[in-house]
Structure formats: C-alpha cells, structure tokens
Design a protein around this ligand. Structure first.
Ligand code: NAP
Length: 282
C-alpha cells in the first residue's frame, strides 16, 4: 500500500480543499484534526498539536505532510518544532507549511518554523498566501458581520490586498505535496487583482444582491472593537496588520498560482459566486 499524505487541519479552509484535491487525484490521505471528523475519501486520525500522545499514530507510515499551524497560538514553534523532529525520525521526507504573506522566514510566530523547515526535510515548501477570499464567505468575523449587519470593519483604509482563493492555495498545496520535484522554497500566493475593502464591499453587494458597506476604522478603533472578542495582544497585532495594509504592505500580485498550477488564479467575483450560499444573509 502507498504511503499516506498526512494533512493536518484537514477540516479547515485550506486543509479540506487540499484533502479533496489529493483524494480526487487518487492519493491516500490521512486527515488529522482534534475531532475525528469524517472527511470524504480520507482516513481520519485524531491529532492535537498540544497532545504529543496523538502524534505517533498520525505519522505512522506517512512520508509527506501538510502543516496548518495550531490556530491562534502566538508561539506555534514551541509545539511544531518537536513534532517536526518526530516526523523526520518517523520517515517524513516532504513538508509543506501554511504560513502567510505577512510573515517572512525567521519572522514572528510561524516564521520560526519556516526558518527551520529547510534544515529538517530534504523536500519542503512554505505557502505564503495573501488574505483569503473565504474571510468574506465562511465563519471569519468579516463573513459574520456581512451576513448579520451588512458591514465590513477594517483599519485598512483604501489599502489594497491581493486576496487569494483558498481553492488556489489548495491547488498549489497539492502540487507542492505530490509533484515529483518539491518546490524547496517559499511561495507567495495572491489572486489576480489587488482589491481594497471598498472594492470587496462593492463586489459582494453586486454578487449577493445585499448591500455591504466598508466601515473605515482607525487602528485604535479596530483594536478596541476586536478586544471585545480577542486577547488584547492578538487584537493589537490584527489592528497593526490592517494599519500596514493601509500603507501598502499587501499591495502586490504574484504569478505563483499560475506558474505552479498552469492556470490563472480565480477572481474574488468567481470565488464569491461559487460560495454564494454562505454569504446570503438569513
Ligand atoms: N485567513 C486569512 O486571510 C489568512 C491569510 C494568510 C494566512 N492565514 C493562515 O492560515 C492558517 C489557518 O489555516 P486554515 O484557514 O486552513 O485553517 P482553519 O480553517 O482555521 O482550520 C483549522 C484546522 O486546524 C484544526 N486544528 C485547530 N487547532 C488544532 C490543534 N490544536 N491540533 C490539531 N488540529 C487543530 C481544525 O480542526 P479541529 O478544530 O477539529 O481540530 C481545522 O481543521 C493560520 O495559520 C493563518 O495564519 C490565514
């Protein structure tokens, strides 16, 4: 029997789509999450980053792994690096890490894992996607406020972002995991257009038929708004990221999706039409 690809975070935004692509292409996938949820076509395994007792069974026989870091953990390297040592010892040869366009190698949080990856595995890739289009369609706070109030609140001003479709991230992940040659580099992933949140509001209004407005907040207003639901340090970090976007930090486009998959990345309008059901206000 062929070795399974271990997909950590297999029920999440990118992991579920990566799993679907791998199984459709005939690969054996072991779907790892804290709850052993049924993932069509995959073998479920219970896995918790914070519980090393769950790690050996997840790794057993796997030779490649997709890594979604523990969500919301300010220091993911603390649990990920010991796991990656175990993975290497267990025979994993290729690791594909989900990071972010905002975090370079050696940067904060998952940047430390990025920095370590080339020294741990002979075959590797770090996916560095821009902001996800699915932030406006799934369970992200933007999607919720669109559905419930018809607003998006940011401190991004008129700053633009190369929003990327999670389907395109998954398509690149599947290539990075299974192509004969591993990328052995980091991959900055964007969609085809740099859009402001005013643009996002206008397209969402047009596609869904429900008015959506972009509320322009200051960095402090956004931090205070987020502090109602998030730890203060995390709220400050998110508000700072919006402030950086307002000053052009994410105003860039790359050809990486096209280069790796052989087709152009999807527009926000296309992704939204495909996923319109969750954005329709109830
Ligand atoms: N949203 C954006 O715009 C954006 C942009 C760039 C980068 N990113 C990065 O994308 C990452 C999130 O990836 P995603 O959207 O694919 O994931 P996601 O939709 O947030 O789902 C997280 C997945 O991980 C699992 N999980 C959560 N905690 C876990 C734990 N302690 N142990 C094992 N599994 C755990 C979840 O399943 P269970 O709950 O069942 O365990 C779920 O399958 C973050 O690191 C973020 O920085 C996001």
């Amino acid at each position: 029997m062929t070795s399974p690809v271990l997909v950590i975070g297999a029920t999440g935004t990118t992991g579920s789509r990566t799993t679907a692509r791998l199984t459709a292409a005939g690969h054996r996938v072991r779907a790892a999450t804290r709850r052993t949820t049924h993932v069509p076509g995959a073998e479920p395994v219970r896995f918790d980053w914070t519980d090393p007792a769950t790690h050996a069974a997840a790794l057993d026989g796997a030779d490649r792994v997709y890594l979604v870091p523990p969500v919301g953990d300010p220091d993911p390297a603390a649990v990920m690096l010991p796991f990656l040592d175990r993975a290497r010892a267990a025979g994993v040869r290729r690791a594909v890490l989900l990071s972010s366009s905002a975090i370079p190698s050696g940067g904060p949080a998952v940047g430390k894992v990025h920095e370590a990856l080339p020294g741990l595995f002979p075959q590797w890739a770090v996916l560095r996607p821009s902001w996800f289009m699915q932030n406006f369609t799934g369970t992200h706070p933007h999607a919720v406020s669109i559905r419930e109030e018809g607003v998006i609140r940011t401190a991004t001003g008129t700053g633009r972002i190369g929003f990327v479709d999670a389907e395109d991230i998954a398509a690149v992940a599947a290539h990075a995991l299974t192509d004969e040659r591993a990328p052995n580099t980091d991959l900055l992933l964007t969609g085809p257009q740099a859009l402001s949140h005013d643009d996002i509001a206008a397209i969402t209004t047009d596609v869904t038929g429900h008015p959506v407005a972009h509320r322009h907040l200051t960095r402090t207003q956004l931090r205070d708004h987020l502090t109602a639901a998030l730890p203060p340090e995390f709220a400050t970090m998110l508000a700072d990221m919006d402030h950086a976007i307002a000053h052009g930090a994410e105003n860039r486009l790359t050809d990486t999706v096209h280069r790796i998959t052989g087709r152009p990345p999807n527009t926000y309008r296309t992704a939204l039409k495909r996923e319109q059901r969750p954005t329709t206000r109830t």
